[in-house]
Design a protein around this ligand. Structure first.
Ligand code: IPM
Ligand code: MN
Length: 366
């Protein structure tokens, strides 16, 4: 493992700064305990960057990202810019940093937390034991395909869903490699009954699967899959999707956990890995100190796992989060209807995680 880790923090908009602060504090306490040298640098992205520098991804931010060992992102997006075309919005900064860093495989784990199944709108017996890892292709499809335009004279608009064979191969390999270390099943999601892109996707995934005889492959249409993951979430191990389908299904899978605020993600395969919680900037609750920092904290754990090789430290953050949740601490998003929940603020939640981390370490040393 690299003893020194340079982390670029791009906290962004809305609740991004609040939740990222807690994630950074957790990383700092891991560094202190393990005598690791984690250096943090902050740069703007999204709406805050548009305001300060006139661009959602200023060159200084991009350069700092490319020079770092890992990028930790909060959230991007603000209602102020709703009237702008996609290319000038805060989100354009996020899409650009994704493209420039080159990570094409976005890993989004979603599982039922012990002790939290009561909080899912799904019945506990449906969600208990569910453990899905979405592998969302992040650099292709409708998000990046050209041509794209809203032609106001013609009163017509178009986007292009495009994939090359190689783009499908590389993300498929990531999905199968990960499935090989899990329950050895890949479910590939497409719309091959309608779309040529999906037909190529399916043929390519099937071809790559030949190299992984121990991993089972199944194909599902995206519409059916949207239903299956709610009906039988336990049926799925690794779920491989193109960009937009993965965007949609991973939000839906937040229902299994009970809250989008709990979901982390890691984007791997490029020059520098990018770590961001699945949730957005949530402008309606920003600045109130009530945002759930656990998605960001779990994202920090993924950073340690995939950019620093610190498996044990990553696992210790995850078990600290589990313990805090099991102890009854909830953010408002999860406390719904649960009278015994101890609802706490963003910073209290972060402190609890650190307390448990430090406590667990002390008892392990004894
Ligand atoms: C996500 C977000 C982004 C996406 C937006 C903010 C561009 O929804 O990370 O899931 O669509 O990829
Ligand atoms: Mn999304």
């Amino acid at each position: 493992m690299a003893n020194k880790l340079n982390i670029l923090v791009v906290a962004g908009d809305g609740i991004g700064p609040e939740v990222t602060r807690e994630a950074v504090r957790v990383l700092q306490s891991v560094a202190e305990a393990g005598d690791y040298d984690f250096a943090f640098r902050n740069e703007p992205i999204g709406g805050v960057a548009i305001k300060a520098h006139g661009s959602p991804l200023p060159d200084t931010t991009l350069k700092a990202a490319l020079d770092s060992d890992a990028v930790l992102l909060g959230a991007v997006g603000s209602n102020e810019f709703n009237a702008l075309p996609p290319s000038q919005r805060p989100e354009a900064g996020l899409l650009k940093i994704r493209a420039e860093l080159g990570g094409f495989a976005n890993l989004r784990p979603s599982f039922a937390w012990p002790g939290l199944s009561q909080n899912s709108p799904l019945r506990a017996e449906v969600v208990e034991g569910a453990d899905i890892l979405f592998v969302r292709e992040l650099l292709g499809g409708l998000y990046f395909g050209a041509p794209r335009e809203w032609d106001k004279h013609k009163n017509e608009a178009w986007n292009t869903m495009r994939y090359t064979h190689d783009e499908v191969v590389r993300v498929t390999k990531v999905a199968f490699d990960l499935a090989g270390k899990r329950r050895k099943k890949v479910t590939s999601v497409d719309k091959a009954n309608v779309l040529e892109v999906s037909q190529m996707w399916r043929a390519t995934v099937t071809e790559v699967a030949q190299q992984y005889p121990d991993v089972a492959l199944e194909h599902q249409y995206v519409d059916a899959m949207a239903m299956h993951i709610m009906n039988q979430p336990r049926n799925y191990d690794v779920v491989l999707t193109e960009n937009l389908f993965g965007d949609i299904l991973s939000d839906e899978a937040g229902v299994i956990t009970g809250s989008l605020g709990m979901l982390p993600s890691a984007t791997i395969g490029g020059t520098v890995n990018l770590y961001e919680p699945v949730h957005g900037s949530a402008p309606d609750i920003a600045g109130k100190g009530i945002a759930n920092p656990l998605g960001a904290i779990l994202t920090a754990a993924m950073l340690l796992r995939y950019s620093a090789g610190l498996q044990e430290e990553a696992a210790s953050i995850e078990s600290a989060v589990k313990q805090v949740v099991a102890d009854g601490y909830r953010k408002a998003d999860l406390a719904r209807g649960d009278k015994s929940a101890k609802v706490s603020s963003t910073t209290e939640m972060g402190s609890k995680v650190r307390e448990v981390l430090v406590g667990n370490r002390a008892s392990a040393a004894r």
